[in-house]
Design a protein around this ligand. Structure first.
Ligand code: DAH
Length: 336
């Protein structure tokens, strides 16, 4: 047994010298020093020896275990030091690592892009309250009480007279009541409707409202302004069409479609085979509205338009699910 022990010792020392990494070391520890290792199993067999030999062999086994443990610790130190050396080895010719930077949410981006286009055309940006009086959201926009047009929008009521604004058109009244013509303003912001969330609905979304009032403003000015906007937002070849529609605060009113950006007007799933996509509502401001803000419809006229930012972003980037904007999944957001 003595020879066997010495043999194990030799073998262990030889092996230890060639070990280069931590996993090799761990294997060594299990094989030799572990609970089921070679030394321990030899110690367990001491009982098989004649009693007078046991003290000597026992002592030898203990000694070998202590020696190997010491060598093991040394090797551990040696391998660890080497690892650190490698970690700190600096190659100054390597390109630097760029720190991770944040960026704008796609909705903020598209919102800014829309505002920039209109700012270049001379529109001023204004912001207003999300919690709004019924008066500004409906009444002064010519939605009479109990008028069925109020059902067009599912309203969150805070109280009888206070709502979460259902559109940014409230800003038409707020601006016009505090400023006389000429005015040209855009009003970006959040709007709220009691819709359940699906691929094309959300209880909160973003709109940009715009309007212009001056002497001699005509529907042709509205068409020119929106055509220029669409050409800058999408591209110069995107066709537009104005469809007659109804809004209480504009007369005449129109809904504006652009040629489908996916199929270029051929007809596809996104445009329900029509070749056209609705992107905004617009019209000439109804003389009724001017009554509420003390403008004289005999001497001035104006146009207004309103668009959904999410809708524009979906068309621009080919996104088919509105909810992606609200889920904050980094895999989605990083693409912008
Ligand atoms: N406020 C309307 C909506 O949310 C959109 C709209 C239509 C705004 C016509 C306008 C307009 O300024 O002239 O559905």
């Amino acid at each position: 047994m003595k020879e066997k022990l010495l043999e194990i010792k030799e073998q262990a020392i030889g092996e230890l010298e060639s070990i280069q990494d931590i996993s090799g070391l761990e294997k060594f520890r299990v094989t030799y020093l572990g609970k089921k290792g070679l030394i321990t199993s030899m110690m367990k067999r001491l009982g098989e020896l004649p009693p007078e030999d046991r003290p000597e062999i026992g002592k030898l086994a203990n000694q070998i275990k202590t020696d190997l443990s010491g060598l093991f610790e040394d090797a551990h130190g040696r391998i660890e030091a080497k690892g650190t050396e490698e970690e700190f080895y600096l190659d100054i010719t390597l390109p630097g690592r760029e720190p991770a930077r944040g960026h704008l949410h796609p909705i903020s981006r598209v919102n800014r892009e829309i505002c920039n286009i209109f700012m270049k055309m001379g529109f001023r940006v204004v912001k207003g309250p999300n919690v709004e009086l019924d008066y500004y959201n409906f009444e002064a926009l010519n939605f009479p009480k109990d008028h069925p047009a109020r059902d067009m929008q599912d309203t969150f009521y805070i109280s009888k007279k206070v709502v979460l604004r259902t559109h940014t058109s409230n800003m038409q009244i707020r601006v016009m009541e505090s400023q006389s013509p000429p005015v040209s303003v855009i009003a970006p912001g959040k709007v709220y409707r009691s819709d359940s969330a699906d691929a094309s609905h959300a209880p909160m979304f973003h709109q940009v409202e715009g309007f212009l009032v001056d002497k001699n403003v005509t529907f042709a000015d509205l068409k020119g302004t929106l055509t220029s906007f669409v050409h800058q937002m999408f591209d110069r070849d995107t066709a537009l069409r104005f469809r007659p529609s109804f809004f209480p605060f504009t007369e005449p009113s129109a809904e504006v479609d652009i040629q489908c950006v996916i199929c270029r007007g051929e007809g596809c799933r996104t445009c329900s085979q029509t070749g056209w996509l609705e992107i905004l509502g617009a019209g000439m401001i109804d003389p009724e509205v001017y009554r509420f803000v003390d403008y004289d419809p005999e001497t001035i006229s104006g146009f207004a338009f309103g668009m959904g930012v999410e809708r524009i972003a979906m068309l621009k980037y080919g996104i088919d699910d509105l909810q992606l904007f609200f889920k904050n999944d980094m895999r989605f957001l990083r693409q912008f």
